[in-house]
Design a binder for this molecule. Sequence first.
Ligand SMILES: [Zn+2]
Length: 133
Amino acid sequence: MSQLVRKRYFCRICQKSHTIKFPRHFAENQKRYPFVFFSIHKYSGDSDEFIEKNGADIITTFYVDKNLTIRDVDVAWEDSSSNIMSENDTENLVMFLTETINEMQEQYDSLLEKYTKLLESSDKKDKNYEEKL
Ligand SMILES: [Zn+2]
């Protein structure tokens, strides 16, 4: 089975449907739903209004739910002064950060557990000590 899921969405700037590929397990372990995903695509519309924008970058914001369904899409022309990354870089970074955050969460949980045990055992020691006094 492919690791990527193809999704179609309508782009209000190009006035047409585009396809985007999501990793199959993309929607798992998100903090809240719908979660936000950014991407960039090139203008590919036919409107005379944007004729000079041919090939210009469009920032695309996706609101994706648990079932990888695209709930909403925002599109905006890229402001060339901003440092926006390519779709591929963004995808890789988001996946890397998601994994890192999950790992940190696990480490935090494990440390918290150890810390709690340590506190409990030091409480007991204190009580034993006080009883002897
Ligand atoms: Zn478009």
